[in-house]
Ligand binder design. Structure first.
Ligand SMILES: [Zn+2]
Length: 83
């Protein structure tokens, strides 16, 4: 059950959840409503969000939409309770 998660400061439509990349375990915060992305050292403030697509595309070295040939679940996963 979700506890007190921060409300997304950009869209205010969803909570910001903890996720991680499956390849190297890097953790980050993500709003799945507007795809705003924060590294742990980024402040959860409106001017700061990166976008998930941009970060993933940069990691993979591919231009544009990185999801055309893959699913979110292949690259990232939510960080469960107690992790
Ligand atoms: Zn949002």
């Amino acid at each position: 059950m979700p506890t007190q998660l921060p409300l997304c400061p950009r869209c205010e439509e969803d909570w910001v959840h903890s996720y991680r990349f499956k390849d190297d375990g890097s953790t980050f915060s993500l709003c799945t409503e507007c795809d705003s992305f924060w590294w742990p050292h980024d402040a959860l403030e409106i001017p700061n969000p990166r976008f998930l697509d941009d970060v993933v595309a940069a990691r993979l070295g591919v231009p544009g939409n990185p999801w055309s040939a893959r699913e979110w679940a292949e690259a990232i996963e939510p960080v469960g309770e107690g992790c």
